[in-house]
Design a protein around this ligand. Structure first.
Ligand SMILES: Cc1cc2nc3c(=O)[nH]c(=O)nc-3n(C[C@H](O)[C@H](O)[C@H](O)COP(=O)(O)OP(=O)(O)OC[C@H]3O[C@@H](n4cnc5c(N)ncnc54)[C@H](O)[C@@H]3O)c2cc1C
Length: 405
């Protein structure tokens, strides 16, 4: 049932992306962090070489299904999520921001995929077939008064004729400022809670839809995080994802949440990649500086810390792989996705802190990668559901589901 051996093609993907991360991504990482920006021509080259893309354009609308395409295992089951894990770990090993900055539908993709009609998928994913320019999608759920508790969103929507009118404010939206379109979650009536939610695709340039401030963050500085303002924005009824029939139950909210079942293991494995980068950096530092001093107590302490770092990274990776494998098998993975994300993010924070500690004062220098990874990793503990929220998801499931081993 369990096989930890990478297949030949998985091994090739790992090797190829690692080489790319080492020779191309890592060398631009510190500068991108300082300039809060990854140059467009760099991202365009990646898109044109079909090297890297953020999110998945489904095969049925002419995409490659997320890079691994239709890769299947011996039993004919999709390996898409497992391939994504392998590639993502290597890429984030190179830089913590890059995967969020790549062109593509990003987090905006899953709600279009899960809720959109065939025509909407064709329309909104269609833009990504053009690789001559940078195209981005984005996901607009968070508001100043509704982050973890998304049922409390106050961005309003009301129907007038064949249009919907949206008003409100979204914040911390990845690639929100440069996106061709953003999936905006709004409510017809706050009193209805989740049942009142609707998801719209709002296109760039729609009158009243503007970009507010771009956040200055502690970490992931090279990734754009934007505030979006909706002032009586009129969108055609065709931009309501799934059409009105989709919202007869709690579907609007479920669509928002389903996004996370696929993205949380991904966030977890990105954290694993950063942790591995920090661990390897610290390990090499110890090798170079303490190799001749094995007898001194300080070396013994450092060696034990390194052993713990390595052990915990491996545990985090296995949890992420399990959640990805379940997704490939079509098994519900909400609990395992939350477990992987909660564990990997906290584990990676500890590993990055330990790496700084091992380097001592050198670990605080801005030209040392560990200083950057220490700042970057905190974001992974917050977005896509904080550590506390993951625990609520896990607890609800273990109390409701029949006991397993
Ligand atoms: C870099 C970055 C990129 C982001 N990108 C996006 C994006 O693309 N799209 C998008 O919609 N959002 C995005 N976000 C927003 C992110 O999803 C939210 O920040 C996150 O959901 C937490 O919400 P909050 O910041 O409002 O914190 P709050 O919800 O206000 O939480 C504050 C604290 O209270 C705790 N807390 C809250 N509720 C409970 C509870 N019931 N029990 C125990 N503790 C609780 C939290 O764990 C946290 O520690 C991004 C955020 C960042 C930092």
């Amino acid at each position: 049932m369990v096989d930890f051996q990478l297949t030949k093609s998985q091994g090739q993907v790992k090797e190829f992306i690692h080489q790319f991360a080492e020779s191309v991504v890592r060398p631009m990482s510190l500068q991108a962090d300082r300039e809060h920006h990854i140059p467009d021509d760099f991202l365009l080259r990646l898109a044109q070489m079909q090297l890297a893309f953020s999110g998945e354009v489904p095969v049925e609308v002419g995409g490659d299904g997320g890079g691994a395409g239709e890769a299947k295992d011996k039993r004919g089951k999709s390996q898409k999520n497992r391939f994504a894990m392998i590639g993502a770990e290597e890429l984030s090993w190179g830089d913590a921001s890059i995967i969020l900055s790549l062109p593509g539908p990003g987090l905006g993709g899953p709600p279009v995929q899960f809720m959109g009609t065939p025509e909407q998928k064709e329309r909104f994913f269609g833009v990504f077939k053009d690789r001559s320019q940078l195209h981005f999608g984005a996901y607009g759920l968070t508001e100043p008064g509704a982050g973890s508790d998304v049922s409390g969103i106050s961005t309003s929507c009301r129907k007038e004729g064949r249009e919907w009118i949206l008003s409100g404010r979204k914040c911390f939206i990845t690639n929100g400022g440069k996106a061709d379109w953003v999936v905006i979650f709004a409510t017809v009536d706050r009193a209805q809670g989740r049942a009142g939610h609707r998801a719209f695709v709002v296109e760039k340039g729609t009158p009243g839809f503007t970009v507010g401030k771009i956040e200055e963050k502690m970490g992931l500085r090279a990734s754009e995080t934007a505030e979006l303002v909706l002032d009586e924005v009129r969108v055609p009824e065709d931009n309501l994802l799934g059409g009105e029939v989709h919202y007869l139950g709690k579907e609007g909210f479920m669509g928002a949440m389903k996004t996370f079942d696929s993205s949380r293991p991904m966030v977890g494995i990105l954290a694993v990649g950063i942790a591995r980068a920090a661990y390897e950096y610290a390990r090499d530092f110890v090798r170079e500086n303490y190799l001749l001093a094995r007898a001194i107590p300080r070396y013994a302490q450092l060696a034990t810390t390194l052993a713990d770092m390595k052990r915990n990274i491996d545990a985090g990776r296995l949890m992420c792989w399990r959640a990805a494998w379940m997704a490939d098998e079509g098994i519900g993975n909400a609990k395992e996705a939350s477990m992987a994300k909660a564990y990997a993010a906290r584990m990676a924070m500890k590993v990055c802190a330990d790496a700084v500690q091992i380097l001592g004062a050198h670990g605080l220098e801005q030209h040392q990668f560990v200083e950057k990874w220490y700042r970057d990793i905190k974001v992974y503990d917050i977005f896509e559901g904080t550590a506390q929220i993951q625990r609520i998801v896990i607890a609800k499931r273990i109390l409701r589901e029949p006991p397993t081993f």
